[in-house]
Design a binder for this molecule. Sequence first.
Ligand code: APR
Length: 232
Amino acid sequence: MMKKIAVLSGAGVSAESGIKTFRDAGGLWEGHDVMEVASPDGWRRNPALVLDFYNQRRRQLLTVEPNAAHLAIAQLEQYFDVTVITQNVDDLHERAGSTHIIHLHGELRKSRSTRYPQMIYDCDGDILLGDLCEKGAQLRPHIVWFGEMVPMLEPAAEAVELAETVIIVGTSMQVYPAAGLVGFAPPFARIYYVDPNPSINYELSLMGNLRVIAEPATTGIPKVVEELMARQ
Ligand code: APR
């Protein structure tokens, strides 16, 4: 039976691929009022602005590649039962080769019906006003906006509960419920936190077996992966 690892990744794991984080200096939110481009109210007020915000991010995503951190995480699957739980909406973990990924905040390369949320479509181009689902309702980004439910929370919590090792990478641990997931780790679990500017939130502060590697993902993650593989 392969030992289980849960990876909790945030925007920082994609930073070195060239995708901006949210809260770092010059981050994505600095250019925008979050509530205008990533909330149901913003969508109601100005759907074209919201569509354009995600269209820009989707276009950029098609020009970037996974980095050494995504690749090292994918490598772990040779020896461990890995669940990647990401707050990111990019598909870099998929493109690096990870096969079991839970997107807590949705996926940039998908659209969905505003009227029938189970109608989800692959989407590599722009979503425009007038792009409709089969039943004639406007399409929206398949993204969890502020104030919306996080439908994949339960399977994510279950994966953390079963993990012997939790690797947290590139997240400011500020946005709940994602930031609280580490609290589901068993007391004996080994927790790694790779982030050049780590922020220890309440749940992390309770963890007995926490190792912080204050480095960028592309150097910190390969070190953690090497250590775990050597322990095999
Ligand atoms: N390697 C690793 N971590 C990095 C790197 C790097 N090269 N560069 C920055 N970081 C870290 C920052 O120190 C910070 O802790 O990545 C984290 C980015 O934090 P945020 O910008 O807050 O991103 P995230 O935690 O993923 O945000 C969570 O908030 O805006 C919402 O839905 C959005 O999913 C997002 C959620």
